[in-house]
Design a protein around this ligand. Sequence first.
Ligand code: SAM
Length: 279
Amino acid sequence: MENKTGTLYIVATPIGNLKDITLRAIETLEQVDVIAAEDTRHTLKLLNHFGISKPLISYHRHNEETKTDVLIEKLKRGEDIALVSDAGTPGISDPGEEAIKAAIKQNIEVITIPGACASIQALIGSGLDTSEFTFLGFLPTNKKNRKEKLDEITKSTKTIVIYEAPHKIKETLTDLAKIIENRKIVIARELTKIHEEYIRKDINEILQDTSNLKGEMVIVIQGRSKEEVEKEEQDFFEKMTLEEHYEYYNKQGLDKKEIIKKIAKDRKVHKNEIYKKFI
Ligand code: SAM
Protein backbone atom coordinates (compact mmCIF):
# COMPACT_ATOMS: atom_id res chain seq x y z
CA MET A 1 0.00 0.00 0.00
CA GLU A 2 1.26 3.46 -0.89
CA ASN A 3 2.45 5.50 2.06
CA LYS A 4 0.34 8.67 2.49
CA THR A 5 2.44 11.80 2.83
CA GLY A 6 1.93 14.03 5.85
CA THR A 7 0.56 17.57 5.93
CA LEU A 8 2.50 20.73 6.68
CA TYR A 9 0.43 23.00 8.92
CA ILE A 10 1.53 26.64 9.17
CA VAL A 11 0.19 27.73 12.53
CA ALA A 12 -0.12 31.35 13.68
CA THR A 13 0.55 31.89 17.39
CA PRO A 14 -0.14 34.95 19.61
CA ILE A 15 1.89 38.18 19.31
CA GLY A 16 1.63 38.89 23.03
CA ASN A 17 -1.67 37.96 24.62
CA LEU A 18 -1.81 34.17 24.91
CA LYS A 19 -5.58 34.23 24.53
CA ASP A 20 -5.07 35.17 20.88
CA ILE A 21 -4.72 31.61 19.67
CA THR A 22 -7.48 29.88 17.79
CA LEU A 23 -9.14 26.63 18.83
CA ARG A 24 -8.03 25.21 15.52
CA ALA A 25 -4.40 26.19 16.19
CA ILE A 26 -4.48 24.40 19.56
CA GLU A 27 -6.16 21.36 18.03
CA THR A 28 -3.54 21.23 15.26
CA LEU A 29 -0.63 21.53 17.70
CA GLU A 30 -2.16 18.68 19.70
CA GLN A 31 -2.68 16.43 16.70
CA VAL A 32 0.52 16.72 14.64
CA ASP A 33 3.46 14.35 15.07
CA VAL A 34 6.06 17.06 15.45
CA ILE A 35 6.28 20.83 15.81
CA ALA A 36 8.96 22.81 13.95
CA ALA A 37 9.65 25.93 15.99
CA GLU A 38 11.78 29.03 15.47
CA ASP A 39 12.93 28.92 19.11
CA THR A 40 12.07 25.63 20.79
CA ARG A 41 12.40 27.09 24.34
CA HIS A 42 9.98 29.89 23.45
CA THR A 43 7.44 27.50 21.89
CA LEU A 44 7.78 25.10 24.81
CA LYS A 45 6.41 27.83 27.10
CA LEU A 46 3.40 28.27 24.81
CA LEU A 47 2.83 24.50 24.67
CA ASN A 48 3.13 24.18 28.45
CA HIS A 49 0.56 26.94 28.84
CA PHE A 50 -1.92 24.89 26.81
CA GLY A 51 -0.86 21.55 28.28
CA ILE A 52 0.48 20.24 24.99
CA SER A 53 3.40 17.85 24.90
CA LYS A 54 4.97 17.25 21.50
CA PRO A 55 8.40 16.56 20.00
CA LEU A 56 9.98 19.84 18.87
CA ILE A 57 12.58 20.47 16.21
CA SER A 58 14.27 23.79 15.68
CA TYR A 59 13.60 25.60 12.42
CA HIS A 60 15.05 29.10 12.22
CA ARG A 61 16.68 31.53 9.77
CA HIS A 62 20.14 30.00 10.16
CA ASN A 63 19.22 26.36 9.65
CA GLU A 64 16.23 26.87 7.35
CA GLU A 65 18.00 25.39 4.32
CA THR A 66 19.18 22.14 5.93
CA LYS A 67 16.16 21.74 8.20
CA THR A 68 13.75 22.13 5.27
CA ASP A 69 15.13 18.84 3.90
CA VAL A 70 14.58 17.18 7.28
CA LEU A 71 10.97 18.40 7.38
CA ILE A 72 10.31 17.22 3.83
CA GLU A 73 11.72 13.76 4.62
CA LYS A 74 9.44 13.48 7.65
CA LEU A 75 6.42 14.67 5.64
CA LYS A 76 7.20 12.13 2.93
CA ARG A 77 7.30 9.41 5.58
CA GLY A 78 3.75 10.38 6.48
CA GLU A 79 4.36 12.56 9.54
CA ASP A 80 2.21 15.65 10.05
CA ILE A 81 4.18 18.76 10.99
CA ALA A 82 3.09 22.09 12.47
CA LEU A 83 5.43 24.99 11.78
CA VAL A 84 5.33 27.92 14.20
CA SER A 85 7.43 31.03 14.70
CA ASP A 86 8.12 32.86 17.96
CA ALA A 87 5.08 35.07 17.50
CA GLY A 88 2.40 35.71 14.94
CA THR A 89 2.23 34.31 11.45
CA PRO A 90 5.14 32.21 10.15
CA GLY A 91 6.53 33.42 6.82
CA ILE A 92 5.81 37.09 7.61
CA SER A 93 9.29 38.46 8.48
CA ASP A 94 9.76 35.04 10.05
CA PRO A 95 10.93 31.60 8.84
CA GLY A 96 8.40 29.44 7.02
CA GLU A 97 8.59 30.43 3.38
CA GLU A 98 11.31 27.90 2.43
CA ALA A 99 9.47 24.95 3.97
CA ILE A 100 6.22 25.99 2.29
CA LYS A 101 7.89 26.32 -1.13
CA ALA A 102 9.65 22.96 -0.74
CA ALA A 103 6.44 21.22 0.35
CA ILE A 104 4.49 22.61 -2.60
CA LYS A 105 7.26 21.46 -4.95
CA GLN A 106 6.95 17.92 -3.55
CA ASN A 107 3.14 17.95 -3.82
CA ILE A 108 2.82 17.88 -0.05
CA GLU A 109 -0.36 19.41 1.31
CA VAL A 110 0.10 22.79 3.06
CA ILE A 111 -2.63 24.05 5.37
CA THR A 112 -2.42 27.48 6.98
CA ILE A 113 -4.06 28.07 10.34
CA PRO A 114 -4.83 31.80 10.59
CA GLY A 115 -4.23 33.98 13.62
CA ALA A 116 -2.42 37.08 14.81
CA CYS A 117 -0.16 39.05 12.52
CA ALA A 118 1.29 42.32 13.89
CA SER A 119 1.24 44.08 10.51
CA ILE A 120 -2.47 43.51 9.98
CA GLN A 121 -3.40 44.45 13.56
CA ALA A 122 -1.36 47.65 13.30
CA LEU A 123 -2.82 48.54 9.92
CA ILE A 124 -6.43 48.15 10.94
CA GLY A 125 -5.93 49.96 14.26
CA SER A 126 -3.94 52.79 12.65
CA GLY A 127 -7.04 54.46 11.23
CA LEU A 128 -5.21 54.94 7.90
CA ASP A 129 -6.46 53.75 4.53
CA THR A 130 -6.71 49.96 4.52
CA SER A 131 -8.05 49.52 0.97
CA GLU A 132 -4.54 49.16 -0.45
CA PHE A 133 -1.28 48.82 1.43
CA THR A 134 2.33 47.80 1.00
CA PHE A 135 4.11 45.70 3.60
CA LEU A 136 7.87 46.22 3.54
CA GLY A 137 8.94 44.09 6.52
CA PHE A 138 12.07 45.45 8.24
CA LEU A 139 13.90 48.24 6.41
CA PRO A 140 17.28 46.99 5.18
CA THR A 141 20.40 48.18 7.00
CA ASN A 142 22.52 48.14 3.84
CA LYS A 143 22.73 51.78 2.71
CA LYS A 144 21.80 51.27 -0.96
CA ASN A 145 18.94 48.85 -0.27
CA ARG A 146 17.63 51.10 2.49
CA LYS A 147 17.62 54.09 0.18
CA GLU A 148 15.64 52.11 -2.39
CA LYS A 149 12.99 51.27 0.21
CA LEU A 150 12.88 54.85 1.50
CA ASP A 151 12.39 56.04 -2.12
CA GLU A 152 9.54 53.57 -2.45
CA ILE A 153 7.95 55.00 0.71
CA THR A 154 8.45 58.57 -0.59
CA LYS A 155 6.56 57.79 -3.79
CA SER A 156 3.89 55.44 -2.49
CA THR A 157 0.25 56.45 -2.67
CA LYS A 158 -0.60 53.34 -0.65
CA THR A 159 -0.41 52.94 3.11
CA ILE A 160 2.99 51.51 4.07
CA VAL A 161 3.51 49.06 6.92
CA ILE A 162 6.98 48.35 8.32
CA TYR A 163 8.41 46.43 11.26
CA GLU A 164 11.12 47.88 13.45
CA ALA A 165 13.19 46.75 16.40
CA PRO A 166 13.31 49.10 19.42
CA HIS A 167 17.06 49.72 19.17
CA LYS A 168 16.67 50.95 15.60
CA ILE A 169 13.42 52.91 15.92
CA LYS A 170 15.07 56.31 16.39
CA GLU A 171 17.27 55.93 13.33
CA THR A 172 14.32 54.76 11.22
CA LEU A 173 12.03 57.57 12.37
CA THR A 174 14.82 60.08 11.65
CA ASP A 175 15.10 58.72 8.09
CA LEU A 176 11.31 58.77 7.66
CA ALA A 177 11.02 62.35 8.98
CA LYS A 178 13.12 63.49 6.01
CA ILE A 179 10.75 62.04 3.43
CA ILE A 180 7.16 61.86 4.61
CA GLU A 181 6.44 65.62 4.78
CA ASN A 182 2.89 66.14 6.05
CA ARG A 183 1.79 62.49 5.76
CA LYS A 184 0.45 60.87 8.91
CA ILE A 185 2.41 58.24 10.77
CA VAL A 186 1.17 55.81 13.42
CA ILE A 187 3.33 53.70 15.70
CA ALA A 188 1.52 50.61 16.98
CA ARG A 189 3.40 49.49 20.07
CA GLU A 190 3.11 46.33 22.20
CA LEU A 191 -0.04 45.14 20.44
CA THR A 192 -2.30 42.81 22.43
CA LYS A 193 -0.11 43.34 25.54
CA ILE A 194 -0.72 45.36 28.72
CA HIS A 195 1.01 48.46 27.38
CA GLU A 196 -0.60 48.38 23.92
CA GLU A 197 -0.50 51.87 22.46
CA TYR A 198 -1.11 53.66 19.17
CA ILE A 199 1.02 56.79 18.88
CA ARG A 200 -0.61 59.19 16.44
CA LYS A 201 1.55 62.30 16.64
CA ASP A 202 3.58 64.36 14.23
CA ILE A 203 6.82 62.49 13.51
CA ASN A 204 9.03 65.40 14.65
CA GLU A 205 7.13 65.54 17.92
CA ILE A 206 7.68 61.79 18.41
CA LEU A 207 11.38 62.26 17.71
CA GLN A 208 11.75 64.88 20.42
CA ASP A 209 11.60 62.13 23.02
CA THR A 210 12.03 58.51 21.94
CA SER A 211 12.73 57.17 25.44
CA ASN A 212 9.20 55.73 25.66
CA LEU A 213 9.48 53.84 22.38
CA LYS A 214 10.15 50.48 23.94
CA GLY A 215 8.95 46.98 23.15
CA GLU A 216 7.69 45.74 19.81
CA MET A 217 6.56 48.23 17.22
CA VAL A 218 4.98 48.49 13.80
CA ILE A 219 5.16 51.74 11.85
CA VAL A 220 2.24 52.62 9.59
CA ILE A 221 2.64 55.50 7.15
CA GLN A 222 -0.09 57.24 5.20
CA GLY A 223 0.31 57.10 1.41
CA ARG A 224 0.82 60.27 -0.62
CA SER A 225 -2.46 61.82 -1.70
CA LYS A 226 -3.39 61.19 -5.34
CA GLU A 227 -4.05 64.94 -5.82
CA GLU A 228 -0.53 65.76 -4.69
CA VAL A 229 0.96 63.23 -7.12
CA GLU A 230 -1.20 64.56 -9.98
CA LYS A 231 -0.21 68.13 -9.17
CA GLU A 232 3.48 67.18 -9.17
CA GLU A 233 3.12 65.41 -12.51
CA GLN A 234 1.27 68.40 -13.95
CA ASP A 235 4.02 70.76 -12.77
CA PHE A 236 6.61 68.42 -14.29
CA PHE A 237 4.96 68.50 -17.72
CA GLU A 238 4.02 72.16 -17.65
CA LYS A 239 7.69 73.07 -17.40
CA MET A 240 8.26 71.35 -20.77
CA THR A 241 7.60 72.80 -24.19
CA LEU A 242 5.05 70.86 -26.24
CA GLU A 243 7.90 69.46 -28.35
CA GLU A 244 9.79 68.28 -25.26
CA HIS A 245 6.61 66.71 -23.93
CA TYR A 246 6.13 64.89 -27.25
CA GLU A 247 9.76 63.69 -27.19
CA TYR A 248 9.33 62.43 -23.62
CA TYR A 249 6.71 59.91 -24.77
CA ASN A 250 8.29 59.32 -28.16
CA LYS A 251 11.38 57.97 -26.37
CA GLN A 252 9.13 55.49 -24.58
CA GLY A 253 8.17 54.07 -27.99
CA LEU A 254 4.54 55.27 -28.04
CA ASP A 255 2.87 56.02 -31.39
CA LYS A 256 1.68 59.50 -32.39
CA LYS A 257 -1.96 58.89 -31.48
CA GLU A 258 -1.11 57.61 -28.01
CA ILE A 259 1.34 60.47 -27.42
CA ILE A 260 -1.26 63.11 -28.28
CA LYS A 261 -3.78 61.46 -25.99
CA LYS A 262 -1.29 61.38 -23.13
CA ILE A 263 -0.16 64.99 -23.63
CA ALA A 264 -3.78 66.17 -23.60
CA LYS A 265 -4.40 64.25 -20.38
CA ASP A 266 -1.23 65.58 -18.70
CA ARG A 267 -2.06 69.17 -19.66
CA LYS A 268 -5.76 68.79 -19.00
CA VAL A 269 -6.78 70.00 -22.46
CA HIS A 270 -8.83 68.41 -25.25
CA LYS A 271 -6.78 66.13 -27.51
CA ASN A 272 -7.91 68.01 -30.65
CA GLU A 273 -6.08 71.05 -29.33
CA ILE A 274 -2.80 69.11 -29.15
CA TYR A 275 -3.51 67.34 -32.43
CA LYS A 276 -3.88 70.68 -34.27
CA LYS A 277 -0.46 71.77 -33.00
CA PHE A 278 1.22 68.73 -34.50
CA ILE A 279 -0.18 68.90 -38.04
N1 SAM B 1 5.59 36.92 12.09
C1 SAM B 1 5.32 38.04 12.95
C2 SAM B 1 3.92 38.57 12.63
O1 SAM B 1 3.10 37.83 12.12
O2 SAM B 1 3.63 39.73 12.90
C3 SAM B 1 6.37 39.11 12.85
C4 SAM B 1 7.72 38.66 13.31
S1 SAM B 1 8.97 39.87 13.19
C5 SAM B 1 10.39 38.93 13.47
C6 SAM B 1 8.85 40.76 14.68
C7 SAM B 1 8.36 42.18 14.48
O3 SAM B 1 6.95 42.17 14.39
C8 SAM B 1 8.69 43.10 15.64
O4 SAM B 1 9.99 43.67 15.52
C9 SAM B 1 7.61 44.15 15.50
O5 SAM B 1 7.94 45.07 14.49
C10 SAM B 1 6.42 43.29 15.03
N2 SAM B 1 5.64 42.82 16.19
C11 SAM B 1 5.53 41.57 16.65
N3 SAM B 1 4.72 41.52 17.72
C12 SAM B 1 4.30 42.77 17.94
C13 SAM B 1 3.45 43.39 18.91
N4 SAM B 1 2.87 42.68 19.86
N5 SAM B 1 3.24 44.72 18.82
C14 SAM B 1 3.81 45.46 17.86
N6 SAM B 1 4.63 44.94 16.93
C15 SAM B 1 4.88 43.62 16.97
